[in-house]
Design a protein around this ligand. Sequence first.
Ligand code: ATR
Length: 305
Amino acid sequence: MAECYTLETLGELSGVPRLFAVLGNPIAHSLSPQLHRPALKACEIEGDYVRIQIEPERMPELVQRFRTMPMGGWNCTVPHKQTMFQLVDELDETARRFQAVNTVLPDEGRLVGFNTDGIGWVRAIREEFRVDVGELRIMILGAGGAGRALAIQAALEGCDRLVIANRTEATAKALAKETAPLFRAGFDFASPSRVKSIPMDPEVIAKELLEIDLLVNTTSVGLKSEEPPLLTARQIPEHLMVYDTIYRPARTALIQEAEKAGAKTANGLSMLLHQGAESFQIWTGRAAPLDLMRQSLVQAAKEFR
Ligand code: ATR
């Protein structure tokens, strides 16, 4: 079994009765096959889940090929979620909300786009910290693709407070403005104390964290182990829950600093699990075998370290 397919080698998969895939660039290290293959087997669905390496400009060609193949569905990851948003025939409400597609379901010749990142994150927070996003005061570090999705989801869940910090402060400001009207009616929506943006300044962040329950890193800082963390232990209050959406390395510098501070921590593996489980349910109409998927993912993550 190849680690990774391309448009040129897709033909090798012609015998697969029902094909699932994750598209990305790069994609060689994606753990999604280890997440979905055991689930397909457990549900006795004959087929396979593979990685496909594809450049953004070739996405239309790949989607055309998929239309002629027995596709069960596919995921998109960086940098394809916005491109796929343009390529599907129909958008589910979740995809429309985030203006990005991470899950595609072929349905009687039409391609329907979904986004399972928001719900995956909510379930991950519940699993890791036994608490609902809607009950929390949340700070999100980063306002890129992932930061935007989580800020929107946090607002839709009616979280108690939302603070967005970003290196480019204008982006954080625009995102705060975009999320403000999404807070559930019945509250004083969008009061400046409920949703606001701040600069990515450790001292400003540290001061705000005194009034925050959950800190979420969505920036790419931490992917490289030699990078200094955005915050040090001194700036992290002990009461905080810290969720880093990065799962490789398993313990980013931020997580290590949070541990030193005595805060509770979790990494992005649980979000990968829950967004994947939701995709599986969309494709198959079956409840995902969550415990099995979790076990396989944790094992795969260990082997990759
Ligand atoms: P993704 O889709 O994974 O969210 P992205 O859209 O490229 O990726 O967003 C990357 C995020 O990491 C952005 O919030 C980015 O900040 P800017 O908007 O200022 O670019 C943030 N980021 C990247 N490198 C950073 C660094 N060295 N320090 C602080 N933030 C950084």
